[in-house]
Ligand binder design. Sequence first.
Ligand code: GLP
Length: 244
Amino acid sequence: MTKHEQLRAHLEGLIDRELGPDERLPPERDLAEAFGVSRMTVRQALDRLERERRVYRVQGAGTFVARPPIAKTIELTSFTEDMRRRGLAPGSVLRVAELVAAGPDIGFALALSPAGEVLHLERVRTADGIPMCLEHTYLPAALVPGLTTVEGSLYAELHRRYRIRITRAEQSIRATVLDAAAAALLDAPPFSPALLVERTAFDERDRPVERAASTYRGDRYSFEIDVTTAAGPRSGAGRRAGGE
Ligand code: GLP
């Protein structure tokens, strides 16, 4: 474990196990000294926990443990993990793997210039052999040199080959309908309802590593989210799987 990872693990331990809501974390200076890292590194680790809403800061007073949010964030899973949990066999048909210019939107999401190169993958994802989802995935080409094909899980491949581990994602889910091309690929009638999931995924160093648009057949897929009240069990939210 790098010093940076040790610091992160220590802070998570404090937040999850040792301190209660609204209790203060040790000062940045003490953390920097204890872990032999710069104040800047400590600040970045705290910034990230703040973005994840696990801590909040009060100017001049320090950093405090946040109360669990009302809705549990959806657990970050890959398509492969998601299907396995549902007792279905995940599959993937790669249709396109090409290097293209990011363009403004994907470039923005991936912190690249519009001319920056990305690997575009188009995959039909199946569950027990039946089309479930059409996925367009964009990865900064510089992070995945030599990647030209993906057979199974992209996330597993990213980790195996490039040691990239997805740890966080910003995601939106909205209703849509299938256009004719997507409908044909998903074996569904044109204009049938679908769910569009857009995700920007980040690695341990909080670098954006993936921008993806996944279109799920509306009749075959549902999202399940655990919710709990603010006063509910602390185990409800903001915790990592298996953290109890
Ligand atoms: C989900 C996400 C995609 C991600 C995919 C990876 O479908 N919405 O953004 O690319 O999982 O899944 P896998 O590792 O099975 O390829």
